[in-house]
Write a protein that binds this ligand. Structure first.
Ligand code: SAM
Length: 292
């Protein structure tokens, strides 16, 4: 009956036993709040026949909680020094496999095939290394394998961008990149004191669930992405100005764009942050038609 790994007494014992110093460069902030960990696991709604993929197990605080509810946990940890520690801290569990890999180099589609878990419900649950939150998340949501949900701890500021609604300062290209594929919500905010060492910023647990109609209404993803990038290129300028920078500043182009705005219900002087994703989808189709 050992204490949970996240118990501050046990975490400190582990750090001392292995003379471990958290590496800032790898975003190592270990969770020491049982309550936060339980909330993360609850948010994942993992069931006994489901698979959890964890990124960055650290010393295993979240990993052990996942192993208690899921059929199997696959965890990817970049830091070689942590591997023998995980073997020790997780020795009570026989349903965990740890891989010493940089998650950005793992082909998850291939991984799923190689491990015979195709067709299973697979959920990604992680307290992310914050220096690479965005690339990790975008890789996961754009992967061919339809991960059913992602429960990700990240810096609060990024969480607010991902979950923003139109009309909010944080609404931008990242919001749209994520929300075209996933339904998003902030499950809870997590203060700095829940980690050892304390991070510089507040954190949030974000739940991302795959939309059934993911990508619907987007004929040409490349063109849609180009529209989004161009629209938000200069956030404080009007959408019209940004689109003229893209298409060329001529009277003819201005007239075409004005017509597209009218058809999509976008005000002449709107800024990109006021335009909904559905409006952008329609605009992409109308613009492509008018400018071909
Ligand atoms: N899961 C642990 C917890 O909640 O206490 C540790 C979370 S800590 C915020 C992030 C973890 O990700 C660290 O263990 C770090 O070494 C690992 N990590 C950093 N970059 C990584 C990468 N590219 N691939 C896999 N793991 C990485």
């Amino acid at each position: 009956n050992r204490l949970s790994i996240s118990d501050p007494i046990r975490t400190n014992d582990i750090l001392r036993k292995y003379k471990l110093r958290a590496k800032k460069s790898l975003g190592q902030n270990f969770l020491t709040s049982e309550k936060v960990l339980n909330d993360i696991v609850d948010a994942s709604q993992l069931k006994p026949d489901e698979i959890a993929i964890e990124i960055g197990p650290g010393i295993g605080a979240l990993t052990e909680k996942l192993a208690q509810v899921a059929e199997k946990v696959f965890a990817f940890e970049i830091d070689d020094n942590l591997i023998p520690i995980l073997v020790d801290t997780l020795s009570d569990y026989d349903n965990i496999e740890v891989f010493n890999e940089d998650i950005l180099n793992v082909d998850l589609d291939q991984f799923v095939k190689d491990h015979g878990i195709e067709g299973k419900t697979i959920k990604v649950v992680a307290n992310l290394p914050y220096y690479i939150t965005t690339p990790i998340m975008l890789n996961l949501i754009n992967s061919d394998y339809p991960f059913q949900s992602l429960v990700l701890m990240m810096q609060k500021e990024v969480a607010e961008r991902i979950t923003a609604d139109p009309g909010h300062r944080q609404y931008g290209s990242l919001t749209i990149g994520v929300q075209t594929l996933m339904k998003t919500r902030i499950d809870r905010i997590v203060g700095k004191n829940s980690f050892v060492p304390r991070p510089k910023v507040d954190s949030a647990v974000v739940v991302l669930e795959r939309l059934e109609n993911a990508g619907e209404g987007i004929d040409d993803p490349k063109y849609f992405n180009k529209l989004i990038r161009s629209s938000f290129a200069q956030k404080r300028k009007s959408l019209m100005n940004n689109l003229l920078n893209w298409k060329g500043r001529t009277d003819e182009n201005r007239a075409k764009i004005t017509q597209v705005f009218e058809d999509c219900g976008v005000a002449d002087n709107a800024r990109a942050e006021q335009v909904s994703i559905d409006q952008f989808k329609q605009m992409a189709i109308d613009l492509a038609a008018k400018f071909d």
